[in-house]
Structure formats: structure tokens, C-alpha cells
Design a protein around this ligand. Structure first.
Ligand code: APR
Length: 253
């Protein structure tokens, strides 16, 4: 264990590794904390500098986009740039490694940055979409951009409709595929990992509740207490980029 702050957690690591070694199906839910060590600020933390005069509802709702698509697009272009420059961290890589060591792993992420995929995780369920994709507001499908330079706002190459970022805004529903697959995984899993999420935003936060009801072993990785903490079976208090590589090592081959 390289990091001295993790040494007192040794018995908890051993229990968590044992649960993972014995698991038939592991369900993992990740949140903004998982990308913090890659330098990606959370949605709220990113509202600094130029963006400090905006409230989240003014940038991440369908109403805001209808009212002022230029401002909403400049916010998303700015965040896209931050994300393009970021690299997956040791926690992302360890989760990709864990998927190769257990019989079945379902990875659900609330993050829109695509870093799990870049670290090699297969079949990631993107609960809140992906900021790097565009969606056509007319056809409601992921779309390519028209290269018509006169267009101003980005337009769909196929139909010319206005494009929007392919993310879930406040007040919008989770897309069916990730929602149903994640719910089925939470029902079926025998070990559930909640990593870097405040467990405040529903319906994602409800997945751990389903796993608890199904008597799965629930493990939380977070430096801070959350609403889930009192109910979790094992609490690994630390940064996911430090905790996950140690945990993976203990799970072994
Ligand atoms: N490792 C693990 N956890 C961390 C780390 C880290 N390095 N750094 C911070 N955390 C924890 C914090 O303690 C906090 O509990 O990550 C959590 C981040 O919480 P939120 O910012 O609320 O993020 P999240 O739970 O993903 O939010 C859910 O809300 O803003 C919307 O749509 C957005 O997907 C997001 C959703």
C-alpha cells in the first residue's frame, strides 16, 4: 500500500477485495469525484470566472437552450475543451482492469466526459449522456455536424436541424437504454460499488438503494460521507485514483 493514509483501511480493503473476488456480478456507479483527479471540475465547480454570473438552470435546461442557444453552446464548447485535454486517471484504469477480473461487471457513470471508455472500460452505461457528442433536436438522434460555415450554431449534417450536446439536462429523463440496463444490473448484482458520487441526484442514487434491498454488498469509495454512507457495508474513505488501484491489486488475478 503506497499511500500511508490508506494503511489504517487495510482490513476494509481485505473485506472489499473478498466481496469482489466472490462476486458473480459487480455493478459500479461512478460520479464526478472519479474524474476529479483528472482535473475535471464538477458542474458547479466549473461555474467560476466568466461563468460565475450564471446559475446551473441558465446553462443546463431545455428552457435555457430554447431561450439562448448561443450562451448554452459557448458553455458546452468551453467544457468540451477542458475534457478533451484531460486524461483518464489511475482510478479509471483500475476499473477497466477490474472488469477483466470478475465474471461480470456493469459500469454505470453519471459523468459525461467519456474517460472510462478512454481508459478501456467496455460497454459503459452513460446515464447522463456524453458531452462530446451532438444530438439533433429535430430527429432526436446522435448526429454529425454540417460543415456549412455560414450556419453559426451547429447544424445537423443530415437534416439541417439545430444540434445540442447529447447530455441529460435538469428536468429531462434518463435515456431508456442506460436507465433500464442500470436498473437490471442493480437488481441482479451481488456487489455494488458507489464511487465518487454524492448520492444526492436521482434516479442514479436510487441504484444503490435497489442493491441494498437485494442484499448486495455495497462498497462506497469517497473521501467524504454521503447519504449512502450510513447504509453501505464497507466504506473506503479516500480518493478513487488512490483507492481503486490498491483494491484491484488485492483482488489479484
Ligand atoms: N475520489 C472519490 N470521490 C471524490 C473525489 C475523489 N478524488 N473527489 C471528490 N469526491 C466526491 C465528493 O466527496 C462528492 O461526494 O465526489 C462526489 C461528487 O459529488 P457531486 O459533485 O454531487 O457529483 P455527482 O454525484 O456525480 O453528481 C451527480 O449531478 O451535477 C449533476 O448531472 C450532474 O452527473 C452529475 C450529477
Amino acid at each position: 500500500m503506497q499511500d500511508a493514509s490508506l494503511i489504517p483501511l487495510a482490513p476494509l480493503f481485505a473485506s472489499a477485495a473478498e466481496a469482489l473476488r466472490n462476486a458473480r456480478h459487480v455493478c459500479v456507479l461512478t460520479g464526478a469525484g472519479t474524474s476529479a483527479e483528472s482535473g475535471i471540475p464538477t458542474f458547479r465547480d466549473a461555474l467560476t470566472g466568466l461563468w460565475s454570473k450564471f446559475r446551473p438552470e441558465e446553462l443546463a435546461t431545455p428552457e435555457a437552450f430554447e431561450r439562448d442557444p448561443e450562451t448554452v453552446w459557448s458553455w458546452y464548447e468551453w467544457r468540451r475543451e477542458l475534457i478533451r485535454q484531460a486524461q483518464p486517471n489511475a482510478g479509471h484504469f483500475a476499473l477497466a482492469g477490474l472488469a477483466r477480473r470478475v465474471p461480470r461487471l456493469t459500469l454505470v457513470t453519471q459523468n459525461v466526459d467519456g474517460l472510462h471508455q478512454r481508459a478501456g472500460s467496455p460497454h459503459v452505461l452513460e446515464y447522463h449522456g456524453n458531452i462530446l457528442r451532438d444530438r439533433c433536436t429535430v430527429e432526436q438522434i446522435v448526429a454529425d455536424r454540417s460543415d456549412d460555415a455560414r450556419a453559426g450554431l451547429p447544424r445537423c449534417a443530415a437534416c439541417g436541424g439545430l444540434l445540442r450536446p447529447d447530455v441529460v439536462w435538469f428536468g429531462e429523463a434518463i435515456p431508456d437504454e442506460p436507465m433500464l440496463s442500470a436498473a437490471a444490473a442493480a437488481e441482479d448484482c451481488d456487489t455494488f460499488l458507489s464511487i465518487g458520487t454524492s448520492s444526492l441526484v436521482y434516479p442514479a442514487a436510487g441504484l444503490a438503494e435497489v442493491a441494498l434491498r437485494r442484499r448486495a454488498t455495497v462498497i462506497e469509495i469517497n473521501p467524504n460521507a454521503t447519504d449512502l454512507s450510513p447504509h453501505a457495508d464497507i466504506l473506503l474513505r479516500g480518493l478513487s485514483g488512490q483507492v481503486l488501484p490498491v483494491l484491484l491489486q488485492q483482488v489479484g488475478q
